[in-house]
Design a protein around this ligand. Structure first.
Ligand code: DON
Length: 306
């Protein structure tokens, strides 16, 4: 049944207004703190080609950890299951930038969506490609069919200047033999990758192949086979919103990946992909209004994976 997503998005846009100043904009990357907390955008990309949007759906924002999903998809499509010898597939139950598990798990990160795991994926891409972050950038440009997508070099530099914790994580893994390239170059690539900016409309389109079992809906190009796409969806559900993944699954019921820029990409497999952006974060680092918007979306549409 074709649903009128537009009236649902308009309802959600109205409902989130009181929440827009409740969250806290990330400031540990100084440049991110300059974004206005009152922003809200949402876009739906249906696999049949229909698109819907509300609010600031055409305003660019910093993808941050959402890029970890695209980096993982690229690494998984090229390297296959061998990546799982260097990174796990379990929820961490810890903040995204935590160091504690790495010590007793001997430098093998719990999953590819915490910072440690994403640094390993960057390292894998750095070995495979001339420049890891350029490979990720070209990949997302192709997925969104948008050659103008780019890094935000000011945000990248701001993160690199303050990347003490991520550098510590990277050195720690290097000591365990789980980082093959120089720490400084992996951190540089990772910070540039995280700085990629997109609009909600671009992000929903870029993620749509994961809702269509690994195949880009508008071009028919297979990025991942259906089984691999299922596996990435499962990882998003269990690990994509960090130690809030249980609560997110309870409230929203969709595989999703969030970022500290305030974006969330969520998937309705076989149906649509949804991007939402609101920069105010909750205590777990996920967009406060964005999570609420997705909760309302699955409630009002009565569609989720459950
Ligand atoms: O490494 C960092 O801390 C950021 N570049 C990305 C963190 C992030 O987006 C976590 N998301 N909720």
């Amino acid at each position: 049944m074709l649903l009128d997503y537009q009236s649902i998005l308009d309802t959600i846009h109205r409902e989130v207004q009181p929440l827009l100043r409740e969250g806290k904009v990330a400031d540990y990357i100084p440049e991110l703190s300059k974004v206005s907390p009152g922003r809200f955008g949402m876009a739906v990309y249906c696999l049949d080609g229909r698109t819907f949007s509300a609010g600031d759906a055409d305003v660019k924002f910093s993808l941050q950890s959402i890029t970890k999903l695209f980096a993982l998809a690229l690494a998984f499509s090229r390297e296959g299951d061998v990546i799982w010898t260097r990174v796990g597939r379990e929820p961490s139950g810890n903040p995204f930038n935590s160091l504690v598990q790495l010590e007793y798990e001997r430098g093998i990160p719990r999953n590819p969506f915490i910072n440690a795991g994403a640094l390993v994926i960057t390292d894998i891409l750095a070995t495979r490609f001339v420049q890891a972050e350029i490979a990720v950038l070209q990949f997302v440009r192709m997925l969104a069919d948008e050659p103008a997508i780019d890094f935000d070099r000011i945000v990248a530099q701001s993160e690199q200047d303050t990347a003490h914790r991520n550098s510590a994580i990277a050195y720690f893994m290097k000591d365990f033999g789980n980082l093959h390239n120089p720490v400084a170059s992996v951190i540089g690539s990772y910070c540039r990758q995280c700085s990629i900016t997109m609009t909600c409309a671009e992000l929903a389109k870029a993620g749509s192949f994961l809702a269509q079992h690994g195949t880009i809906p508008w071009s028919g190009m297979e990025i991942l086979d259906a089984s691999s796409a299922k596996r990435l969806n499962a990882l998003m559900l269990t690990c994509g919103t960090y130690d809030a993944a249980g609560d997110f699954a309870y409230r929203v019921g969709l595989p999703a990946k969030s970022g500290v820029g305030g974006g969330i990409l969520a998937l309705m497999p076989g149906d649509a992909s949804i991007a939402v952006w609101s920069p105010g974060l909750d205590a777990t680092g996920n967009s406060l209004a964005g999570t609420y918007a997705l909760e309302r979306f699955t409630t009002l549409t009565a569609r989720s994976i459950f």
